[in-house]
Design a protein around this ligand. Structure first.
Ligand SMILES: Nc1ncnc2c1ncn2[C@@H]1O[C@H](COP(=O)(O)OP(=O)(O)OP(=O)(O)O)[C@@H](O)[C@H]1O
Ligand SMILES: [Mg+2]
Length: 202
């Protein structure tokens, strides 16, 4: 049976899906499609993971934020898959191959303890404590060599910038930086190209 997920990846989204590594980091401008891309990678991985009871997680800085920014996407893109079970209270989707995708908030690290992950997304990573990854998430990825994706915008938090600087030339990482010109910069650039306005002086 053919299942069609209503998602047509944009160029950079496609590049991530095709070329990602165990460790990935995406710095992209606002509304680029980072969260949609991340959710779709989680769903694809959940459906194709060959291990028993695959476990995937999406983490936003706050639980409420995870629900606001990613829960609708998770349900929307999972809906065409027959036999899924959606648990609204736990922000959890169970797939027919016993895979599970659950949304969490970094404001409640205890909710992530004691789990294993085959893949995890840390959205708006710049707004999280660095200890969350090192103390809670990294150990949970070791059991089954799970992957992690860190995402944020170019304005996103110090720890996100520090991580980017640390890993941008590391071959073990898939790293992409896509920065849009803010409107004000475009205006300045356009003025510089046009040169001084001589008409006013005539
Ligand atoms: N491949 C796609 N095809 C069509 N629409 C898309 C695609 N990817 C993202 N979108 C749409 O673009 C908008 C922004 O997507 P998303 O929330 O993933 O962006 P974001 O980069 O996470 O934004 P933010 O920086 O605000 O968190 C949404 O309306 C989403 O539905
Ligand atoms: Mg987002």
């Amino acid at each position: 049976m053919e299942i069609v997920i209503p998602y047509q990846p944009r160029d950079l989204q496609l590049s991530y899906h095709q070329d990602r590594k165990r460790w990935s980091l995406l710095v992209c401008h606002r509304r680029f499609g980072k969260t949609v891309c991340a959710i779709n990678e989680l769903i694809k991985s959940a459906l194709t993971c060959p291990l028993e009871r695959p476990r995937f997680a999406y983490v936003a800085p706050f639980h409420k934020q995870a629900k606001q920014i990613a829960w609708d996407y998770a349900k929307h893109y999972s809906r065409p898959i027959p036999g899924i079970k959606i648990n609204e209270a736990e922000l959890r989707i169970d797939y027919p191959n016993e895979a599970r995708l659950q949304l969490f908030g970094a404001d409640n690290p205890d909710s992530l303890r004691g789990l294993y992950h085959d893949g995890i997304v840390l959205d708006e990573y710049g707004d999280m404590s660095p200890r969350l990854f090192s103390e809670v998430i990294r150990p949970a990825l070791s059991d089954r060599k799970g992957w992690a994706l860190f995402i944020g915008s170019s304005k996103g938090g110090t720890i996100f910038h520090e991580l980017y600087e640390q890993v941008k030339n590391n071959e073990d990482w898939y790293v992409r930086f896509q920065k849009a010109f803010p409107a004000a910069d475009l205006w300045t650039a356009a003025c510089a190209l046009a040169g001084p306005d001589t008409r006013a002086a005539a």
